[in-house]
Write a protein that binds this ligand. Structure first.
Ligand code: FES
Length: 150
């Protein structure tokens, strides 16, 4: 079945089982490996992408849910002003350690700042609670979000 959506601003059509998780369509069918597989159960946030601007877990989202919508991944998020600000803050504060979870962290941070440009600490904690980091870069992640918020 052909499923159509925009991916990082470009119209795309992909032949896939409609139940196939968006994560695997991105990685296997659309050559977008920046979105990571962690748990496959919605628990770690490594697979976070945006669907019409909202942060979603692509490991649990069937590709059919993206029909007609705008999908944004880490490969395209810096096309937007908020994504650029977050990416710059991440670089300046040298946030990643091993880096595996960071695409998901950035996608959640961008979705937060797009909706709430001046988040409180509680807003940041609530938005980022579902993104786990085994290296415990949480302090730098929160500092980078505050920096990107200006
Ligand atoms: Fe999707 Fe962990 S891989 S939440």
């Amino acid at each position: 079945m052909a499923i159509q959506f925009t991916l990082n601003g470009e119209p795309r059509s992909v032949e896939a089982d409609p139940e196939k998780p968006l994560l695997w369509v991105l990685r296997e069918d659309l050559a977008m490996p920046g979105t990571k597989f962690g748990c496959g159960a919605g628990l770690c946030g490594a697979c976070t992408v945006h669907l019409d601007g909202s942060a979603i877990r692509s490991c649990l989202t069937p590709v059919s849910a993206a029909e007609g919508m705008a999908v944004t991944t880490i490969e395209g998020v810096a096309k937007g002003a908020v994504g650029r600000a977050v990416a710059q803050a991440w670089t300046e504060l040298d946030v990643p350690q091993c880096g595996y979870c960071q695409a998901g962290q950035i996608m959640s941070a961008v979705a937060l700042l797009a909706q709430t440009p001046r988040p409180s600490d509680a807003d940041i904690d609530a938005a980022m609670a579902g993104n786990l980091c085994r290296c415990s870069t949480y302090v730098r992640i929160r500092a980078a979000i505050r920096k990107a918020a200006g």
